[in-house]
Design a protein around this ligand. Structure first.
Ligand code: GAL
Length: 655
C-alpha cells in the first residue's frame, strides 16, 4: 500500500523541482507519475529531441527516494505533427473533425500517427527503460476520453473493412449475419462498407456492434504497440494504463489481454456523482462525499480487469473543474477514499495533482498544493494517511496480505451488454450501467463484498453469481451453470441477442434455456408512469423501465408474479431470473432472498455505511452524516479508528 502523486515538472520553473521532490517524500509520497503530456518538450521540432530536462527530473526524484511511473506522451501530439499530418485528427460521430488546441486530438486508427507514437515511445523507453527508479509505465492517458473512441475517420473505415473481411471471410456471410436483405443494405464487396454514423435513421445494429468491437480492438492494439516497446526496452517494469470510471467505449477485459500488468483507474467521486444518472436529490445527498458506491464499484471492476492487480492512478483530493458543479469535498473524504481503495485491493493510491496550475484549462482544479505551495485541506489528509500507513505497516503486512478470500458474490459485468443497450435502447431510461450499479449498490448496502468479472471468467468457488442483464449469454457460462453448484440470478434482457445481434432462434433467453426453461414471447419498455406491482417476501414494489413477458416451461416455478399475472421472478433449481428492473426495495428483497439461498450472511447497513474485507482485516467507511457504532465483535481489536465511526471516517479491525 503506497501513496503516489501526478506531477508535471515541465509546467514549473526548474528551481522548484528539488523542493517539490523533497516535500513529496516528506509528505509520505513514494511514487510519482510524470511526462504523460510533455511531447512538445521532449521533441519541440520534428526529430529534435530534448531530454536533458527529463534526465534531471528523473534523477532528482530518484535521489529523493521517489520511484517513477513514466507516462508516454501520446495523448497530446505536438502542433508540428498535426501540421505535417492533419489526417491524424479524429472525427466525431457527426462527421466534424476536431481541432488542435486541447488534448486527445488524434485518430486511434491512423497508421501515420501510430508510427510517430512508436518513434517517441521507442526513444523514451530506450533512454529511461532501465533507470533503476523507473518502476512502471503508463501508456497514453485515459484512452477514449472526451469521446475520441470511436473515431470516424477514413483510416478507421479502411481498417474496419479489413477487420470485417478477416472476421467473415466472404461478403455473403456478412450479409446473412447482419440481415442486410432488410432495406436493401446488401454489399457486394467488403470495401463498400462504410462506418455506421451519419445515416438518416438507425444504421443496422449488427453493423454498429461489429464497429464497436472493431474500435475496441483498435484501442487495445494502440496500447499493445507501445506495450511491446516498453516490454522490450524496460524489462521487469509494470505496464499499466489509467482507465476511467464508468467508461465502456472499449472492452477492458480484451484490452488487458493485449498486455497489461495492472489496471489503474482515475477516481473522481464528486464529479462522477454529478454526471451520472442520479436524481437531483441523490446528487444533493452525496454532493460533498460522492455516492458511497462509486469508488468501490470501479475498484471491484478494475481489480477484475487487472486480474487482481489494481491501482488508483489519479485520486481527487479537492474540487475539480469538469462537472456542472464542483464543490469542495467534506473534510475527511480524501482520507476515506484512500483507505477505501486500499481495502478494495489497490496497491497504490496516487493523487491528482501535486500543485494546482494557475494557467490553462485546469486552473480551477485543485491538488495537494495551491499554486503558491500551501498544502491544501486534502493535502493535510494525505499527510495523515501517510502517518497511519507508517504506524500500521506491520499490522497491515500481517493481516491485509493474507490471501484475499474470494468475495461471496461474483457480479458479471459485460462491455458488449452496454454497447447492445446503447445501440438498441428501446426504452429511453434503460441504461445497462445504471442497472448493474443498482444491483451492486443493493448488495453493498447489505454488507456483501462483490468481485466483478467478465461473463467468460471461471466462477467456480463463488456461492452466488449475479448478472443484472446479459444480452449475449456465452455457451461457456451455461456449461458453468450446469456443472457448478453456485446459485445464479439473472436480470431482464438476458439471452435476448445472438453474437450477430439477432434474436435467438429459440427466443430469449437463448442458450440459457438449457438451465432455465422459459421463453420470452415479447418485451416491453415502461415509461416512468407504467409501474406493474409485485411483492417479494412481503416487500411490495414495482417493476420499472423494462419487462420481459416470460412463458415458463416444464419444471419452472414462478416465485413472484405482477398484479396482472405476468411472471416477475422465475426459477428452476439454483437458477433464477427477474423479468424486469425493480425499484430499490424490491431489488433488495430479491437479492437478500438469493443471498440467503446461497448461504451468504447479510446485514442492513445504515445509509452511507459500507464495509470491505481485506484478508484478515474488516474495514468500515462512513459516507453518511451520522456516526455509526460498528458491528464488530466485542473483543475486536481496532487497528484504525474505533468502534464509533464518525461521518467521513474509517475504521478497521482484525476480523
Ligand atoms: C483526468 C485526466 C487528467 C486530468 C484530470 C482532471 O481525467 O487524466 O489529466 O485532466 O482528469 O480531473
Amino acid at each position: 500500500m503506497r501513496l503516489g502523486v501526478c506531477y508535471y515538472p515541465e509546467q514549473w520553473p526548474r528551481h522548484k523541482w528539488e523542493s517539490d521532490a523533497r516535500r513529496m517524500f516528506e509528505l509520505g509520497i513514494r511514487r510519482v507519475r510524470i511526462a504523460e503530456f510533455a511531447w512538445s518538450r521532449m521533441e519541440p521540432e520534428p526529430h529534435r529531441y530534448e531530454w536533458e530536462w527529463l534526465d534531471t527530473v528523473i534523477d532528482m526524484l530518484a535521489q529523493h527516494g521517489l520511484q517513477i511511473v513514466l507516462g508516454t506522451p501520446t495523448a497530446t501530439p505536438p502542433r508540428w505533427l498535426v501540421e505535417q499530418h492533419p489526417e491524424i485528427l479524429p472525427v466525431a460521430q457527426n462527421g466534424m473533425t476536431y481541432n488542435f488546441g486541447s488534448r486527445r486530438h488524434y485518430d486511434i486508427s491512423s497508421e501515420v500517427y501510430r508510427e510517430h507514437c512508436a518513434r517517441i515511445v521507442g526513444q523514451m523507453t530506450r533512454r529511461y527503460g532501465k533507470h533503476p527508479a523507473v518502476v512502471a509505465w503508463q501508456t497514453d492517458n485515459e484512452l477514449g476520453c472526451h469521446d475520441t473512441v470511436p473515431s470516424y475517420t477514413e483510416a478507421a473505415r479502411v481498417r474496419f473493412t479489413q477487420w470485417l473481411a478477416q472476421r467473415y471471410g466472404e461478403i455473403g456471410a456478412l450479409n446473412d449475419a447482419w440481415g442486410n436483405v432488410f432495406w436493401s443494405m446488401e454489399y457486394r464487396r467488403f470495401e463498400e462498407i462504410g462506418l455506421p454514423n451519419r445515416t438518416p435513421t438507425d444504421a443496422n445494429p449488427s453493423h454498429w456492434l461489429d464497429f464497436r468491437r472493431f474500435m475496441s480492438a483498435e484501442t487495445a492494439s494502440f496500447h499493445a504497440l507501445q506495450g511491446a516497446l516498453i516490454r522490450e526496452h524496460s524489462p521487469g517494469r509494470d505496464l499499466l494504463h489509467n482507465f476511467m470510471g464508468f467508461f465502456t467505449s472499449f472492452d477492458h477485459y480484451e484490452f488487458a489481454k493485449s498486455g497489461l500488468d495492472i489496471a489503474a483507474w482515475d477516481s473522481y467521486p464528486l464529479p462522477r456523482t454529478e454526471v451520472l444518472w442520479f436524481d437531483d436529490d441523490v446528487k444533493h445527498r452525496w454532493a460533498r462525499s460522492g455516492h458511497p458506491d462509486i469508488p468501490a464499484f470501479n475498484h471491484d471492476l478494475y481489480r477484475g480487469v487487472g486480474n487482481g492487480r489494481m491501482w488508483v492512478m489519479e485520486q481527487q483530493v479537492g474540487p475539480v473543474n469538469w462537472a456542472p458543479y464542483n464543490p469542495v469535498p467534506t473534510a475527511g473524504m480524501a482520507r476515506l477514499w484512500t483507505w477505501e481503495a486500499f481495502a478494495h485491493g489497490a496497491e497504490l493510491v496516487s493523487y491528482f495533482r501535486w500543485r494546482q496550475a494557475p494557467f490553462a484549462q485546469e486552473q480551477m482544479h485543485s491538488g495537494i498544493n495551491t499554486p503558491d505551495d500551501t498544502l491544501t485541506a486534502g493535502g493535510h489528509e494525505i499527510a495523515r494517511v501517510a502517518r497511519e500507513l507508517a504506524a500500521l505497516e506491520p499490522e497491515m503486512v500481517a493481516h491485509a496480505s493474507t490471501p484475499r478470500p474470494r468475495a461471496p458474490v461474483a457480479l458479471l459485468f459485460d462491455y458488449e451488454a452496454d454497447w447492445i443497450v446503447q445501440i438498441q435502447r428501446h426504452g429511453a431510461d434503460f441504461d445497462y450501467q445504471r442497472l448493474v450499479f443498482e444491483w451492486y449498490s443493493s448488495l453493498r448496502a447489505m454488507g456483501v463484498d462483490v468481485d466483478m468479472l467478465s461473463p467468460d471468467a471461471d466462477v467456480s468457488g463463488y456461492r452466488l453469481v449475479v448478472a443484472p442483464s446479459l444480452p449475449i449469454v456465452p455457451e461457456s457460462l451455461v456449461a458453468q451453470i450446469v456443472r457448478g453448484d453456485a446459485w445464479w440470478l439473472f436480470g431482464p434482457r438476458t439471452g435476448s441477442k445472438t453474437r450477430a445481434f439477432t434474436i435467438p432462434a429459440t427466443l430469449p433467453p437463448g442458450p440459457l434455456q438449457a438451465a432455465l426453461n422459459v421463453r420470452v414471447l415479447q418485451s416491453e419498455s415502461l415509461r416512468p408512469s407504467l409501474r406493474p406491482r409485485v411483492a417479494i417476501d412481503g416487500v411490495v414494489g414495482h417493476g420499472l423501465r423494462w419487462r420481459d413477458h416470460v412463458e415458463p416451461g416444464a419444471a419452472v416455478n414462478v416465485s413472484a408474479a405482477f398484479d396482472d399475472g405476468l411472471p416477475a421472478v422465475v426459477e428452476a433449481g439454483r437458477v433464477r431470473m427477474a423479468t424486469a428492473c425493480f425499484d430499490d426495495a424490491l431489488l433488495r428483497a430479491l437479492l437478500a432472498h438469493s443471498a440467503r439461498d446461497a448461504g451468504i450472511d447479510t446485514v442492513s447497513l445504515p445509509e452511507g455505511v459500507r464495509m470491505r474485507r481485506l484478508g484478515g482485516l474488516q474495514f468500515a467507511f462512513n459516507y453518511g452524516e451520522v456516526a455509526w457504532r460498528a458491528n464488530a465483535p466485542d473483543n475486536a481489536r481496532f487497528v484504525l479508528g474505533n468502534r464509533e465511526v464518525g461521518p467521513a471516517d474509517v475504521a478497521a479491525w482484525i476480523a
